[in-house]
Structure formats: structure tokens, C-alpha cells
Design a protein around this ligand. Structure first.
Ligand SMILES: *Cc1c(COP(=O)(O)O)cnc(C)c1O
Length: 444
């Protein structure tokens, strides 16, 4: 047992948030960290366990964000800490592309075993979600010999030069960093609350757009988030993703499921795409894969992954041994604690509580998402007009009560919930009570 396991799993607010010590560090930061690196909640965290983070002023804050879906099995999970600690004292780096080690192979075996597409599958390990996307695109281009990359409206794929060109939002991600990368085609998505289209209708619109704007024979891949993360946890209409996947298959376009946010058990299956009845050619993982350590996976059908020449793929830190040891522990914990079932339980209990909230507060237009990836969209009552301002005020009020929430959506009018899969029913009740009070106070 490590000492941090004693952190009580409930909010405890002892100062104004941010408190004096956070404000002091924040002032130092202004001098040395550029403004482009923005912190949504400038509260400096000292330690964390399970679903609670403790700031430098001693406030215990319930974390419903998990560093954006990274601490899926909870902060400082004992097994992850033990595995990483042991690995730290064994070897921390050799460079897999020079002198390899077993844990990289083990992570690739686990990803192959859970690959939601047609096996056998092979995996390249990197460090970040954006690198996973970059490499997915490289691998798809190499295999198909085609240049085009298709993405959907409301997508988010990262902040590197390629991926920032794939995002829906120019500001803040791409603005001023041009020229943007070419051969990227952005097609309309399926957004049931706002487009009113069936899955088949929305897919026909996406496909028509891609055929006209890109031309199927120029496309290497379609990169899709099964549940759109930054876009606001938009969950497509039934049949939409299978129709896109069928079109991809018929046209030799690779279907890449970007599960950087939705993957690793968060939605109740190891990969979210499984719940949509689609077999992707490549699946991308990162955020939740190593319990907070940097690691990313590009897992795909062996023939696709093997199209690259030796030396074409890799990077100095890709598949770091400490991250790999942590990832193996994450896989074991998901199985041992039956966390996929926990995700479905959270979907039910948290989802019901949020639907109760929506019935009471007219500004909540919709509750959506799957598993422990849920969201509410906030509008001006009686309309579908975004209420970004109310969303911000509710989030600010919640953090003062010791509940850390995060917005999403291209207009910032969505609150997304990314609780750990260890999140208890009591914590759900606490979070929804704080939200209820915040909506009541801020709507008055
Ligand atoms: C966060 C995210 C990325 C980028 O991951 P980084 O590790 O921040 O580079 C890519 N795709 C999706 C769906 C994401 O949510």
C-alpha cells in the first residue's frame, strides 16, 4: 500500500479555489511558461489517488476529467505504481529500435488480442495521441499508395502540424501556424441533436461529400473518433459508422478508429468501435493506455502495418519501458476488477442522474455518450442556441465546491464527464448534486 491511498474519496474545500499557494505558483509560471500553454483550471495539484486530486492548498477535488480520460482506472492505481516503480529500478531506456525489451512485445500482444478488427494485428508504440494519428496516416499512405486523408466535422486529432490541420477548430489549434497540411478532406458528420438525420442519411451526405471533394481513389484513410471527444462527445446516429466503414471497404480506403479518448475500456468495451458493429483497419490508442504515463499505440491488420520498410517507423522514446510496464498493469486491472462492467454501470447510474437533471433544467438539451464518457449539451431554453456562458459559470461554480469538470464542443457549450472506472455511486450523487445547485443558481 502506498501512502496516497489514504486520500478520502470525497470533496473537501479548505480555501478559495485556486488558493493562495496555487496563485503564488501561477504568478511564477507567468514569467517562464508561454501563454499558448493554457491551463483551464489554474489549481496546482500535489497528489492524487482514485478519483480525487489534492491541490497545494490542501483542497480535495473530485476529478471528473481524469486529465482528459487518461486516468481511466484511477489516479496512482496501486498496481500501476508498483509495476512502474519496479521497472524504474530495472531499466528506464534502451531505445526499442536499437536494443529491445520484452514489455513492448507484451503490450503489442495485448493490443493484438483485443484488436477490434480482423486479425492478426501488429502494433507500433509511440508517446502521444497526436503521434498515434501521425503514424496511422503514414502507415495508411504507405499501404494504399494514396495521399488523401478524410476526417469529420467536429473532429479533434492533436496539435502537431499534421493533426492540427485535421481538427475542426482552426482556433486555437491551427490559426497562425500555417501553411496547413494539404490533402485533408473534412466531411460533414452525424450529429443527431442538430442535423435530425438518420444514420443512413448522414452517411450518404458524408460519402457524397468525400466522393465529390476528394475522390475515393485518392483517399488513403478515413480517420474517425467513434465518439467525438473534444467535439462534445457527439455520438453518431445508428448505422452511420457501419455505412462509412462499408463504403471505405468497397473503395480501398482504410478505416482508422481514433480511440485516443474513447478507448481502453472507457465506454464499456475495450474499444468503443466494437459497440458500433464496425471492424476498423487500424485503431489508435493513447490517453488511457498506461495509467498516466505517456504511451500510444497504432494497432492494425498485419499486412497494413508491415507495408512500411524497416526504419520507417519509430522514435527515441516510443514504447518506453516504464510506460509499457504501466500499460501491462492497466490491462490486468481492467480484467481483474471487471472494469468494462463498471463502465456500463457508470453509464446507467450517471446517465440516469444526468437525465434527471435534464428533466429539471431546461438549459440541458441532451444527455449523450456511452460508458464512462458522458456529456450534457447546454443551450438557451427552448432553442438549440449554444449557451457557452452558462456552461462556463456552472463549471466555475462546481470547482468552488470541489468538483472538477471540463467543457467540450466546438462552441464550448458541452460539459463532458470522464470519471475513472472506479468512480463510486456516492461520488456520482455528489457530482450531480453540485451540478443541480450550480444550474439552479446560475439560471436564476
Ligand atoms: C487527445 C486526443 C488526441 C491527441 O492526443 P495527445 O496525446 O494530446 O497528442 C488525438 N485524438 C483524440 C480523439 C484525442 O482525444
Amino acid at each position: 500500500m502506498n501512502a496516497v491511498t489514504t486520500i478520502a474519496q470525497e470533496p473537501l474545500v479548505v480555501t478559495e479555489i485556486p488558493g493562495p499557494k496555487s496563485r503564488e505558483i501561477h504568478a511564477r509560471r507567468q514569467a517562464v511558461v508561454p501563454v499558448g500553454v493554457h491551463s483551464v483550471v489554474p489549481v496546482y495539484i500535489e497528489r492524487a489517488h482514485g478519483s480525487v486530486v489534492v491541490d497545494v492548498d490542501g483542497n480535495h477535488i473530485v476529478d471528473v476529467c481524469g486529465g482528459i480520460g487518461v486516468t481511466t482506472i484511477g489516479h496512482t492505481d496501486d498496481a500501476v505504481v508498483a509495476a512502474a516503480t519496479e521497472q524504474l529500478s530495472q531499466v528506464t531506456h534502451t531505445l526499442f529500435t536499437m536494443t529491445p525489451y520484452e514489455s513492448y512485445v507484451r503490450v503489442a500482444e495485448l493490443l493484438a488480442q483485443h484488436f477490434p478488427g480482423e486479425g492478426p494485428a501488429k502494433t507500433l508504440l509511440m508517446n502521444s495521441g497526436a503521434e498515434a494519428v501521425e503514424n496511422g496516416v503514414k502507415i495508411a499512405r504507405k499501404f494504399t499508395g494514396r495521399p488523401g486523408v478524410a476526417v469529420l466535422e467536429h473532429a479533434y486529432h492533436g496539435r502537431t502540424l499534421l493533426t492540427s490541420s485535421m481538427n475542426h477548430k482552426a482556433a486555437p489549434y491551427a490559426l497562425g501556424y500555417g501553411p496547413r497540411v494539404g490533402n485533408i478532406y473534412k466531411a460533414p458528420n452525424s450529429y443527431p441533436l442538430r442535423d435530425g438525420l438518420s444514420g443512413a442519411e448522414a452517411a450518404a451526405r458524408t460519402i457524397e461529400y468525400l466522393e465529390k471533394m476528394a475522390g475515393a481513389e485518392d483517399l488513403a484513410c478515413l480517420v474517425v473518433e467513434p465518439v467525438q471527444g473534444e467535439g462534445g462527445f457527439i455520438t453518431s446516429a445508428e448505422g452511420y459508422l457501419p455505412a462509412l466503414a462499408a463504403w471505405c471497404r468497397d473503395n480501398g480506403v482504410l478505416f482508422i478508429s481514433d480511440e485516443v479518448q474513447a478507448g481502453m475500456g472507457r465506454t464499456g468495451t475495450m474499444f468503443a468501435i466494437e459497440q458500433f458493429g464496425v471492424q476498423p483497419d487500424i485503431v489508435l490508442t493513447a490517453k488511457g493506455i498506461a495509467g498516466g504515463l505517456p504511451l500510444a499505440g497504432i494497432t492494425g491488420r498485419a499486412e497494413i502495418m508491415d507495408a512500411s520498410q524497416p526504419g520507417g517507423l519509430g522514435g527515441t522514446f516510443g514504447g518506453n519501458p516504464v510506460s509499457c510496464a504501466a500499460a501491462v498493469a492497466v490491462f490486468e486491472q481492467i480484467e481483474r476488477d471487471d472494469l468494462l462492467a463498471r463502465a456500463k454501470h457508470i453509464e446507467q447510474v450517471f446517465g440516469d442522474a444526468l437525465r434527471g437533471l435534464a428533466a429539471k433544467h431546461e438549459s440541458i438539451a441532451e444527455v449523450r455518450g456511452i460508458g464512462a464518457m458522458l456529456a450534457i449539451e447546454i443551450v438557451k431554453p427552448g432553442t438549440l442556441e449554444h449557451d457557452t456562458d452558462l456552461t462556463q459559470r456552472v463549471i466555475s461554480r462546481a470547482v468552488q465546491q470541489g468538483v472538477l469538470l471540463l467543457n467540450a464542443g466546438v462552441s464550448g457549450n458541452v460539459i463532458r464527464f470522464l470519471p475513472s472506472l472506479q468512480f463510486t455511486d456516492e461520488l456520482i450523487t455528489t457530482v450531480v448534486r453540485v451540478l443541480d445547485d450550480a444550474f439552479t443558481a446560475e439560471s436564476a
